[in-house]
Write a protein that binds this ligand. Structure first.
Ligand code: TPP
Length: 363
């Protein structure tokens, strides 16, 4: 590889940023198209609604209505930008932490939460939503996303794929295989690493010595960028560019520097591995407050706009509460559906065993 090509692939030396924490604009790098004011107003509304959804989902765990919820509070700029850059015919490959992006893509929140509620299946039709099942095994979705992107290209469409992944999951072999395959076979896929600084309790410096997780793409020939993940303007600008590249047959890797404000899930005690001063520092970098200050500063957001967005969030939360309050009907036999196209002998035996046991219980 010549020096010239390697330079083209490299991320900028510091994360791309256009908004300071106080909402004023800063000089970011050239070469990006910045989102319009209308797009930013839309992002603000979606972030307000997304944060309300997140808070409601956390509350549902406390009421025993949700088995587990991995909050993405603090990561709203990443989640909302991810939903906004996708066309309807594009695909999203989310992880367990990306419910907010899915809801912002227009999916029914109850369906999005089905898996986290404890049902055996993902809760929605991935083909209809063009959203893959939320992935719990780390990094397997990156390979699925790459394979699907390759298939889309071979089918002659210009649809693209967005794979969301955490910082810890970039240590998995699947991630590296996905980057390699995507680059060699020119798959239209964008990998967005939300570096929220922890893999449960493992901090980033115990996970990787890479100067930026974006560097992990360069060795495979994947163009890479790092971005301030709490700056909605920068997130939209970089993701739009990444999708342009992907549609042209060149995969793209983004590292978004952000922070998980809440614990890993409701089952985790984050005070065991990080101090509150660190969390407070990141609260000062809040992406929603930053965008709100910016939009108000340029006269593009009023008290009424904010109240309207909040009212939309309250409506979503109330609807979610009431529908999640109903006991779901689960058919234990459905466990065996969709495991294999043609069930194995063992699966048939297990199904028969369960059917016999259920019958005995009834009788
Ligand atoms: C293959 C695999 N190994 C281990 C786990 C257990 N596990 C679940 S979440 C997690 C940490 C992931 O951290 P990161 O990738 O940074 O994502 P985040 O949860 O911070 O969004 C681990 C190790 C898993 N789900 N899958």
């Amino acid at each position: 590889m010549s020096d010239h090509i390697a330079t083209d692939l490299l991320p900028s030396a510091t994360p791309v940023r256009y908004l300071a924490e106080d909402g004023t604009t800063v000089d970011g790098p050239a070469g990006y198209t910045l989102p319009s004011v209308e797009e930013l107003r839309d992002a603000h509304r979606r972030m307000v609604v997304g944060r309300r959804f997140d808070a409601q989902s956390t509350a549902l765990t406390k009421q025993g209505r949700l088995a587990v919820y991995p909050s993405s509070r603090g990561q709203e700029a990443c989640q909302i930008a991810a939903a906004m850059v996708l066309r309807e015919d594009d695909w999203l490959f989310p992880t367990y932490r990306d419910s907010m992006a899915m809801v912002s893509r227009g999916m029914d929140p109850v369906e999005v939460l089905t898996l986290l509620r404890g049902d055996a299946h993902c809760g929605y039709d991935p083909n209809a939503a063009r959203v893959a099942p939320q992935c719990t095994p780390l990094s397997t979705q990156t390979l699925h996303a790459t394979g699907l992107a390759y298939a889309l290209r071979r089918n002659g469409t210009d649809s693209a794929v967005l794979a969301l992944i955490g910082d810890g999951a970039t240590s998995e072999g699947d991630f590296h295989e996905a980057l390699n395959f995507a680059a060699v076979f020119e798959a239209p896929v964008v990998f967005l690493v939300q570096n929220n600084k922890y893999a449960i309790s493992v901090p980033l410096d115990k996970q990787s010595a890479a100067p930026s997780l974006a560097y992990k793409g360069v060795g495979y020939g994947v163009r890479s960028e790092q971005v301030d993940g709490n700056d909605p303007v920068a997130m939209l600008a970089v993701l739009h560019k990444a999708f342009e590249h992907a549609r042209a047959g060149a995969p793209f890797l983004i590292e978004a520097h952000t922070y998980r404000i809440e614990a890993h899930t409701n089952a985790d005690d984050a005070t065991r591995y990080r101090d509150s001063a660190e969390v407070d520092r990141w609260l000062d970098a809040d992406p929603l407050a930053r965008l709100e200050k910016h939009l108000r500063g340029i006269g593009a957001l009023t008290d009424e706009d904010v109240a309207e967005a909040q009212a939309e969030g309250e409506r979503l939360a109330a609807d979610l509460r009431s529908r999640m309050n109903a006991d779901p009907h689960l058919d234990p036999m459905a466990l065996f559906d969709h495991v294999y196209a043609r069930p194995t002998t063992q699966l048939v035996e297990q199904r028969d065993l369960l059917a016999t046991e259920l019958k005995a219980q009834e009788g």
